[in-house]
Write a protein of this length. Structure first.
Length: 202
């Protein structure tokens, strides 16, 4: 025997959805307000926050609608069909994301791998720029070194972090690092000359 659902319960579910949406919007605005415009990759960070807000909103209202359909006995079959459809789409999407589209030897590259590399490169670039800024403003500025030497040391540190991040990212993709031995040797020579020029200014 099917029992009717109180309209107040349905309104409570909708109200809860709106309350969570307001909290998400406020959290997004607070995060954006704390991102300085001159901060490295500020535009990209704000775009990622906006994208995350949109995704969270879609998931929130999808679950809210499914919850409303599940509460009403007459619409429960619709809820079950939509849920089955969503699970099927998620399975297909998972197959597309994790299936490699490039396979060469031991190297398998998929969409998931590319997304991993993008996120890692983003974090590496952000960390490298932050390291350069902190090193220049809080460490080197208190030394008797010339301003040009300070900028040279800070820039060298930034490129060193980027180079290490690049090597780790390539290893994450699964590319054999032995194939990059020539590039690594050239980078080592360049680093040696850079250190020589820096030490000559002391």
């Amino acid at each position: 025997m099917k029992t009717s659902v109180s309209p107040w319960m349905l309104l409570a579910v909708v109200f809860l959805g709106f309350a969570i949406q307001i909290l998400l919007v406020r959290a997004s605005r607070r995060i954006r307000s704390r991102i300085a415009k001159d901060q490295p990759l500020a535009g990209l960070i704000q775009a990622l926050v906006a994208w995350g807000l949109g995704l969270a909103s879609v998931l929130l209202w999808a679950f809210t609608i499914l919850g409303l359909l599940e509460l009403v006995p007459e619409t429960q079959p619709w809820s079950h069909r939509l849920l089955s459809l969503g699970i099927g789409l998620f399975g297909s999407l998972e197959s597309v994301i994790f299936s490699p589209f490039i396979q060469r030897g031991d190297t398998a590259i998929s969409i998931y791998t590319v997304l991993q590399v993008i996120v890692f490169v983003f974090i590496t670039v952000l960390f490298a720029r932050t390291a350069r800024r902190v090193l220049l403003r809080r460490v080197l500025s208190k030394t008797p070194l010339d301003l040009g030497v300070q900028h040279a040391v800070a820039t060298f540190t930034q490129y060193l972090v980027l180079a290490l991040g690049f090597l780790i990212g390539v290893n994450t993709v699964g590319i054999n690092l032995s194939a990059l031995s020539f590039v690594a040797g050239a980078v080592g020579v360049g680093v040696g000359f850079g250190l020589q020029n820096i030490t000559n200014n002391f």
